[in-house]
Design a protein around this ligand. Structure first.
Ligand code: PEP
Length: 255
């Protein structure tokens, strides 16, 4: 598949996998995805499995991501994880502002913006999630919702930081529901996100930013989604929990 930007496909394991299960999954992925260099492949296990998984990916092309991090660098923040702690395990990416964090932990665009800057300050690449709810889509307000989220989460970054930021468009109504946005629906929002980034920064910067689609991505729909001009990868939940489905998503998006 000829793409302007290198595809990046990330698996978000969420609150799944014991250490032993994580070990099995990463070993399987290493075998299936050995020598894939044309797509950036990232896996995001739960914190408790980062140590074990990092030992496995160290000599592979698979990169490690985390699912969240604290905006603070350390101290009295019970239950939180700092960027320094993530870096001990060779974590290179961090998912920020996932809709589940926004919903269950009340994370705001302002907080996600602070976390995004903290990630960059430590040379971690943030995967910043945005997306509208079903009600926001059906009422026709989704364009306003998405632009507000993009501006709120990304304001004040340096241009080079923006270029290293991955944006994940995840319509909330498509996450874990089996409902995927059509390739056209997704492309429409991805183009809007790129236009918003161009307005905040400039056209050249916006052209370099990779925008992932997330929401019930499966081996059967990944290639069509990736065929859209402004879709530069996928953030995968459910289908990232098994070797076969995740590796097939990646392979189906190769040339
Ligand atoms: C996600 O939570 O990031 C996600 C896209 O989940 P799923 O693929 O299961 O819809």
């Amino acid at each position: 598949m000829e793409k302007e930007r290198k595809l990046i496909i990330a698996g978000n394991w969420k609150m799944n996998k014991t250490v032993a299960e994580a070990h099995d999954l990463v070993r399987g992925l290493k075998l299936e995805l050995a020598n894939i260099k044309d797509i950036d492949v990232v896996i995001c296990p739960p914190f408790t499995a980062l140590s074990e998984v990092s030992k496995e990916v160290i000599e592979s092309d698979i990169r490690l991501g985390a699912q969240n991090m604290s905006e603070h660098s350390g101290g009295a923040y019970t239950g939180d994880i700092s960027v320094l702690m993530l870096k001990e395990f060779l974590v290179r990416y961090v998912i920020l502002g996932h809709s589940e964090r926004r919903e269950y932990h009340k994370e705001s665009d302002a907080l996600i913006n602070i976390k995004t800057k903290a990630a960059h300050a430590a040379s971690l690449r943030p995967i910043v999630c945005v997306g509208e709810t079903l009600e926001e889509r059906e009422s026709g307000r989704f364009e306003e919702v998405i632009t507000t989220q993009v501006k709120g989460c990304l304001a004040g970054l340096e241009k080079n930081q923006m270029e290293e930021t991955i944006i994940a468009y995840e319509p909330v109504w498509a996450i874990g529901t089996g409902k995927t946005a059509s390739a056209e629906q997704a492309q429409e929002v991805h183009a809007l996100i790129r236009k918003t980034v161009a307005g905040l920064f400039d056209e050249a910067t916006a052209k370099r930013v990779r925008i992932q689609y997330g929401g019930s991505v499966k081996p059967a729909n990944a290639r069509e989604l990736m065929g859209q001009p402004d879709i530069d990868g996928a953030l995968v939940g459910g289908a990232a929990l098994e070797v076969r489905s995740f590796s097939d998503i990646v392979k189906n998006c190769l040339n």
